[in-house]
Design a binder for this molecule. Structure first.
Ligand SMILES: [Zn+2]
Ligand SMILES: [Zn+2]
Length: 330
């Protein structure tokens, strides 16, 4: 653990969703290391067998969190970032074990590093989306990372980019168990909502739910699970409806006794488990009365309505919610 005063290498400068004081707080608690294998993540050793890695965004939208879990025989990355830097080598160095990777969903801040592996563990709907992305990979990567646009943050060079090579996204069913050796299993729990394949991963041994973009603390203004409905061309659009997400969150909320902490993909980490029941309460309120919002903000998708459930918000558009409920009734 390092003792030097808090400073970050230039490539780790945070953007909107992670504040410097918060990173400093985490540094005090866990230490912060940056390794030559992948200098594009800041590594916090948050549990004996868990590392949280802070990965700054390639554009102005939001940094994210990747997690590495070490099991008895192998280690597992939950999400693999933007596809910049040798994350796999870093995981192997930290654990001394073979490292596999799962992704919570197909977005470029979570699944950009997939070509580092032959197989990626993910929900079947996510696998379908990843196959679609692979068909026009270069174009997809450039557009997600805003290459060539004013807001692009080229803190990396071309040689730091993971070269594309086709990989196999495993089409896993809901509740699939990923075994890390012995009886150490990580359970995939599909939520949908923000993305068709969006899944959390439950580590019952550590009592941690890895939440991806399914649950966020609302301490960052405008950060909450976004329910904007499916865009044309999105596969399995029904799974992005509020009705679908509501039922999945309801089932997960009933299992709240199985975990104490949630680790989100953006914003704050180590959130209390109630983040799930708080989101459920907000969803229930939105479904009962789509016009009963607490706040309205202007976001990149236009006017966005906020319903607060306690420590977590739901971001939505009343017209999309009404349409969802009509098309996919509860
Ligand atoms: Zn996402
Ligand atoms: Zn995300």
């Amino acid at each position: 653990m390092n003792q030097h005063p808090f400073s970050l290498p230039k490539q780790l400068t945070p953007t909107r969703e992670t504040s410097l004081p918060y990173l400093e707080e985490l540094h005090q608690r866990y230490g912060l290391e940056v390794y030559p294998e992948d200098p594009f993540v800041g590594v916090f050793h948050i549990r004996d067998n868990v590392w949280a890695m802070y990965a700054p965004c390639t554009h102005a939208v939001g940094d994210n969190w990747l997690y590495l879990i070490e099991g008895p025989e192998k280690a597992l990355f939950i999400d693999n970032g933007y596809g910049i830097g040798d994350l796999r080598a870093l995981g192997e160095k930290l654990t001394g074990k073979p490292v596999i990777s799962a992704v919570t969903h197909c977005h470029g801040d979570h699944a950009g590093g997939c070509p580092q592996w032959d197989e990626i563990y993910c929900h079947e709907y996510c696998a379908d989306m990843l196959h679609q992305q692979m068909e026009h990979y270069e174009e997809w990567w450039n557009s997600f990372n805003h290459v060539g646009e004013a807001q692009h943050r080229p803190y990396y060079t071309e040689k730091d980019k993971i070269p594309y090579r086709p990989y196999t996204p495993l089409r896993l069913p809901n509740h699939f168990l990923i075994n890390l050796g012995g009886d150490y299993d990580i359970e995939l729990i599909h939520t949908g909502g923000h993305s068709p394949g969006l899944s959390c991963f439950l580590d019952r041994k550590s009592r941690i739910l890895y939440a991806g973009d399914a649950f966020f603390e609302s301490r960052v203004k405008g950060l909450g699970v976004g329910l904007n409905g499916a865009r044309p061309g999105t596969l399995h659009p029904e799974s992005m409806s509020i009705s679908y997400y509501y039922k999945q969150v309801e089932a997960l909320a009933a299992r709240i006794g199985e975990f104490d902490f949630a680790m989100s993909g953006h914003g704050y980490i180590d959130s209390p488990a109630r983040i799930v029941t708080d989101v459920f309460a907000a969803l229930k309120a939105v479904i009962e009365n789509p016009d009963g919002y607490d706040d309205v903000i202007e976001s990149h998708t236009g006017k966005t309505y906020i319903k607060n459930g306690g420590i977590a918000d739901v971001l939505y558009k009343p017209e999309v919610v009404r349409k969802n409920l009509e098309e996919y009734p509860l």
